[in-house]
Design a protein around this ligand. Structure first.
Ligand SMILES: Nc1ncnc2c1ncn2[C@@H]1O[C@H](COP(=O)(O)OP(=O)(O)OP(=O)(O)O)[C@@H](O)[C@H]1O
Ligand SMILES: [Mg+2]
Length: 238
């Protein structure tokens, strides 16, 4: 089954002057269970594509289908799809509320959904990402970068998504912690049966993680890379 099918996705930002086409005619397909890479230089539109899929920006043209269900431009994502698509953000520090304890940050989406046992779910999620229960009582600034990234992953997992959008999930971390987080993501993908879309500018990360990928340039798809092309390398210089 196709987890994600994007056809001619375009996103134009409207400022005071004329519109700026940040993404134009982007198309790709992600099969269920795959890790799909989105690669390209800073400003080429990677985060913009993910935000459209996540429903954080609804101002787009084209077609986005998630597990066969079409998202509607201009409308918030509703129903089961909302839990099924989760995003881990590029900068975990700014995506975690600084004045809330981890317990609150993780529990909030469940509390909103009137989950009967939020505390147990929060502690289970921390355990799944390899963090001790004591982290629940801390604030984001009391954690290391790698621990914060684990919290961000735990938060995305709490709603048991089928599609996880990962925006440079390890770029803020040093190399040894990067490898830990990537392996953790791969383990969680297996155990939860998820599909990943992974944004990265790091050829090593993409080659290690991805089954397929596209490179983007100035808002457009530049190259389509299968597993063999990823393994062969060389695409990063194009
Ligand atoms: N809300 C916005 N309003 C106007 N322009 C925007 C907005 N968000 C992004 N852009 C512009 O759209 C383009 C693509 O931005 P985007 O954040 O998608 O890039 P990116 O590929 O994720 O880059 P990076 O690797 O640096 O994170 C950039 O030129 C950016 O300045
Ligand atoms: Mg980005």
């Amino acid at each position: 089954m196709k987890a994600l099918e994007i056809d001619n996705l375009s996103v134009t930002f409207h400022g005071k002057g004329k519109g700026f086409a940040a993404v134009g005619d982007v198309s790709f397909v992600v099969e269920e269970g795959q890790t799909f890479g989105l690669i390209g230089p800073s400003g080429c539109g990677k985060t913009t594509v993910l935000r459209a899929i996540a429903g954080l920006n609804t101002q787009w043209d084209g077609s986005i289908q998630v597990f066969g269900e079409a998202l509607q431009p201009g409308r918030k994502i509703a129903g089961a799809l909302r839990s099924n698509i989760q995003m881990v953000f590029q900068d975990p520090y700014s995506s975690l509320h600084p004045r809330h304890r981890i317990r609150h940050i993780l529990g909030e989406p469940l509390t909103i959904r009137r989950h009967p046992d939020v505390e147990t779910e929060v502690l289970t999620a921390l355990d799944q990402v390899g963090l001790p229960a004591s982290v629940a009582g801390r604030y984001p600034h009391q954690l290391s970068g790698g621990q914060r990234q684990r919290v961000a992953i735990a938060r995305a997992l709490l709603l048991k998504p089928k599609l996880l959008l990962l925006d440079e999930p390890t770029s803020a971390l040093d190399v040894s912690v990067q490898a830990e987080i990537l392996n953790l993501l791969n383990d969680l993908k297996q155990s939860h049966g998820m599909t990943f879309v992974l944004v990265s500018h790091d050829p090593g990360v993409v080659a290690h993680m991805c089954d397929n990928a596209v490179t983007m340039q100035a808002g457009h798809v530049d190259r389509v890379l299968d597993r063999a092309a990823l393994a062969a390398g060389g695409w990063e210089s194009h």
